[in-house]
Design a protein around this ligand. Sequence first.
Ligand SMILES: NC(=O)c1ccc[n+]([C@@H]2O[C@H](COP(=O)([O-])OP(=O)(O)OC[C@H]3O[C@@H](n4cnc5c(N)ncnc54)[C@H](OP(=O)(O)O)[C@@H]3O)[C@@H](O)[C@H]2O)c1
Length: 252
Amino acid sequence: MDKSLKGKTAIVTGASSGIGRATAEGLAEAGAAVVLHARRKERLEALAAEITARGGKALAVAGDAKKPEQIDLLLDSALRWKEGGSKVDIVIANAGRGLAGGVLTSDESSWRELFELNVLGAAHLLRVAAQYMVARKSGDIVILGSVVGRNVSPFSGFYGSSKFAIGAIAEGLRREVCAHGVRVSLIMPGIVESEFQEVAGYTEENFGKSVARFGKVLEPRNIAAGILWLLSMPAHVSVNEITIRPTGQDYP
Ligand SMILES: NC(=O)c1ccc[n+]([C@@H]2O[C@H](COP(=O)([O-])OP(=O)(O)OC[C@H]3O[C@@H](n4cnc5c(N)ncnc54)[C@H](OP(=O)(O)O)[C@@H]3O)[C@@H](O)[C@H]2O)c1
């Protein structure tokens, strides 16, 4: 088995479900010690127990990725975790949520929370992770954007705007830190089947029927595979962006 990440320690936010969970499992399989973050503590603890039973190292830290002080606590917990080497090499900024509908039809009462999580919380994590990594002169930061953060769509204009924002922040950060040996990568997935659709409020009517023509959509592990691939590159190779879509997805 490929243990190319042995000796590395990775923080994964949104590790209780979907892409974050699959990425945490993939990182642990590749030998990394993983620090799992999300609100649902029981899920994180169950995943940590599974990883440990398979011979890996995992620490569950429950918290809200919207709250800067809880993100600070996440980094502190990772740095205090002796089994993980009291260091952080990789940060996967993945926690996020969607929102069904465009500017006219999405639920406005969710707009603020969406930005607090997808943009402000994520940006705070990027800031504290990058400050730490710049001082160490190495590290990997991987950010989950979206194809709707690159292509404006009438059916997810508001959610998409949060992914445009974090995509811009990712590239700005890359330019700030690349000279310090820190790599920043933006992943832009197309449709991935996960809890995302239910949380966003997608239904058969407003979503299922329109994506049926794409054929088989992505599984979270397909995105995890892309992330593991870019992390396996030699230190002088920085994969700045990856778009991964279901083969049949033409747009967005
Ligand atoms: N699925 C797609 O089609 C798709 C496409 C493009 C981009 N993305 C992006 O990929 C990322 C992961 O999505 P996914 O498909 O894996 O969705 P998911 O299955 O719903 O997972 C979302 C994760 O984020 C965590 N989370 C949500 N709110 C949180 C909060 N306030 N504090 C801490 N953790 C929170 C959830 O954990 P708790 O509920 O336990 O807190 C969960 O672990 C998101 O950034 C999403 O925007 C998804």
